[in-house]
Design a binder for this molecule. Structure first.
Ligand SMILES: Cc1cc2nc3c(=O)[nH]c(=O)nc-3n(C[C@H](O)[C@H](O)[C@H](O)COP(=O)(O)O)c2cc1C
Ligand code: SF4
Length: 421
């Protein structure tokens, strides 16, 4: 049985994204009208009840985040929609912007109304160039129909949105690096002495949310929070857009209720493993996520159960690897990514990634030693606790979980060359 659901993805391929009339026919902007009737306090408490957590990876409570932002005083406040989507194997935000741009815009307007913000930015990664003008067109149409601009729907809210783009660095998805990039600086994370909600873009109050987080708000208000929380588990409420890819028959972006098992996702939704092969492992949440073995596919896809096994939902990416994949070779490609994307600002990440790459190369070529396994753990801990931002802190996750779940693959590569020569 296919257990996909249609809440956030309800409008996918149901209307022409260049026609605001078609969006209105599907009930578009009704949630904004409802939000204005509810008022900021009720919106915040609804979001808290919904259990909605940031879908950009950090999973912070959206209701609490909006509450902080609403409580910050300021004549000029910003909303940033984070559409950098640089996490490998992740492509669900692209679907939202491509198939339902007005829903994202509506979510941003509700965020602006709730927090008293004046200006919005949608930061779309450079590689999604084909989306830039499509989203600009949707913004223009929303302006023409009075959903953006001055005194929106008579609520007193003045709010505008601009599309911006960086030069295509993974670290620019990190909220403070993204802010630096919008300011025209080199995209490197900032020291967070003060919350972004107080001092963000141009030193002014700023709320940064992921595309999916913002797009989840209109349906929650529209259907009512009680209906929304019928989906999911007690701790992971509602639904999630996943990006399913790799050696699976039907890759794609799907919406699933939290609590569905990984088996249901891979076999019922994804149509099973390509060419009748066996599943070997999954990587969850992108390159910075954990690797888990096939024997864990009966666990539930939700924050709490994944955490129990050292994994997380992260960006919502689920990469499927069949029996032909060597764990050490796979890790080499993950590590090459981090070497390329480390911004170089701090030593643990810059040097740690270089050292991990050298060690992984030894495992790939069969020249590793037992000492290498101990060194990996030492470096990984330094990186986890001393790196300046999440990139360096999470870079060794795949490697550490792979060693935990596939120790034999590493031991087989220790001194293999010497033993066989
Ligand atoms: C290296 C790195 C890359 C990130 N990339 C993204 C990204 O592409 N999109 C995103 O929404 N969040 C990304 N994040 C998380 C953001 O810093 C931030 O937590 C998020 O945009 C907040 O929105 P949310 O609360 O709606 O999740 C990244 C974080 C790190 C450390
Ligand atoms: S952890 Fe890596 S990406 Fe983050 S600041 Fe340090 S060097 Fe840059």
């Amino acid at each position: 049985m296919n257990r996909t659901v249609n809440i956030i993805s309800k409008n996918f391929k149901k209307y022409n994204p260049e026609s605001i009339e078609e969006y209105l026919e599907l009930g578009g902007f009704e949630a904004l009208k409802k939000a204005i009737e509810m008022g900021p306090q009720e919106i915040i408490s609804t979001l808290k009840t919904s259990g909605l957590k940031g879908r950009g990876g950090a999973a912070f409570s959206t209701g609490r985040k909006w509450e902080y932002s609403a409580n910050v005083k300021g004549d000029k406040k910003f909303i940033i929609c984070n559409a950098d989507e640089g996490e490998p194997a992740t492509f669900k935000d692209r679907y939202l912007l491509e198939y339902d741009p007005f829903k994202v815009i509506e979510g941003m307007i509700i965020a602006a109304y709730t927090t008293g913000s004046t200006d919005g930015y949608i930061y779309i990664r450079e590689e999604y160039k084909y989306l830039h003008n499509k989203v600009r067109k949707a913004i223009e149409l929303a302006e023409k129909h009075g959903f953006l601009g001055k005194n929106i729907l008579g609520s007193g809210l003045n709010f505008n949105i601009k599309v911006v783009s960086g030069a295509g660095a993974y670290v620019c998805g990190e909220s403070t690096a993204l802010i630096e990039s919008i300011e025209g600086k080199s995209g490197r994370p900032r020291l967070k002495l003060t919350r972004t909600s107080k001092q963000g873009l141009f030193g002014l109050p700023t709320l940064v949310n992921n595309v999916e987080t913002l797009a989840a708000v209109p349906p929650i208000l529209e259907m009512g929070v009680e209906e929304y929380i019928k989906y999911g588990t007690h701790t992971s409420k509602g639904t999630k857009l996943i990006s399913l890819c790799g050696n699976v028959n039907k890759p794609g972006a799907y919406e699933v209720p939290f609590g569905i098992t990984l088996r249901e996702i891979i076999y019922d939704i994804g149509g099973g493993i390509k060419d009748g092969k066996q599943l070997k492992f999954l990587q969850l949440g992108g390159a910075s996520g954990a690797i888990i073995p096939a024997k864990l596919i009966d666990i539930k896809y939700c924050y709490e159960d994944l955490e129990e096994h050292g994994a997380s939902v992260g960006s919502g990416a689920i990469l499927v690897a069949d029996e032909t994949n060597k764990v050490t070779h796979f890790l080499k490609s993950v590590q090459d990514f981090f070497i390329h994307e480390s911004c170089g600002k701090c030593t643990p990440c810059r040097e740690g990634n270089r050292q991990l790459t050298k060690i992984i190369n030894r495992f790939v070529t069969g020249n590793a030693s037992v000492e290498d396994l101990k060194t990996v753990e030492k470096f990984a801990n330094v990186m986890k606790y001393a790196s300046f931002c999440g990139l360096g802190q999470t870079a060794p996750t795949a490697l550490l979980t792979a060693i935990k779940y596939f120790p034999v693959e590493f031991y087989q590569q220790i001194d293999r060359i010497r033993k066989t020569s």
